[in-house]
Write a new protein. Sequence first.
Length: 279
Amino acid sequence: MAIADVLASIFEYSFLWRSFVAAILIGSLCSLLGVFVVLKGLSFAGAGIAHGAFAGVAFAFLIGANPFMMGLLFALAMVLMVGVSSKKGNLNVDASIGILFALTMALAILFIGMMKQYNTELFSFLFGNILAVTPEDLHFMSFVFLGVVVVLLIGYRAFYFWAFDEVMAEASGVLMPQVFYLFLAMLALAIVASLKVVGELLVNAFIIIPAASSFQLTYSFKRMALYSVLLGAFASVTGLILSFIYDIPSGASIVIILGLEFLVCTVLSPKKRWHKGKQ
């Protein structure tokens, strides 16, 4: 199938149109939040929350509940436990996530083992199946995307301070613990919305790689956010087109494009030339 045939098919088949819209939404959403994840050194958070969400999805299929809602409940519960253990228990955030990462994965395995028969739909949340995105799924993704963008715009000053200087932020009256919890909650929402598109195993790549790539290109926070969203959206659409042409898994092809973007951005990074100049 040629690229022209794929593009023509988008308007012919509704499931293809939904796939491309979902790819753009998720690619943009994850890469936008990824800017804060990279700047705050929370790279492990996405993987940990994804494991929590998948445990919720597995539990939902076990008891016959809504997988998105149960996944969101488990992800938010994990966010709360990470916050409490890191703030109250004086644990490093990565250590808290690492403990819950193992616990929620064990729960997911337990729930799957308790099922009486193999469930193919459950494993679409593990590996992703973008062609199975329904209109309801797309509505949920759109709601999450718009909600996150609105919150970030309204709380721009607080999130900016949190990303760069928590001490100055607290001195200015910004409540850092609330900002931290709110960000993790938004990250949990984004991950749950992404599971059906890219799967639990690859969602963290959508969060980390575009932001890490854009970090190589600029010192400006706003430009970093813009470049991250553009790189995430471009990789999502390009990877999806390649998956249709060559009949390969879409999640894997998108992540490979993201990896190539990172290599190119690293090679072309003006920061590298600037540091060489200083030496």
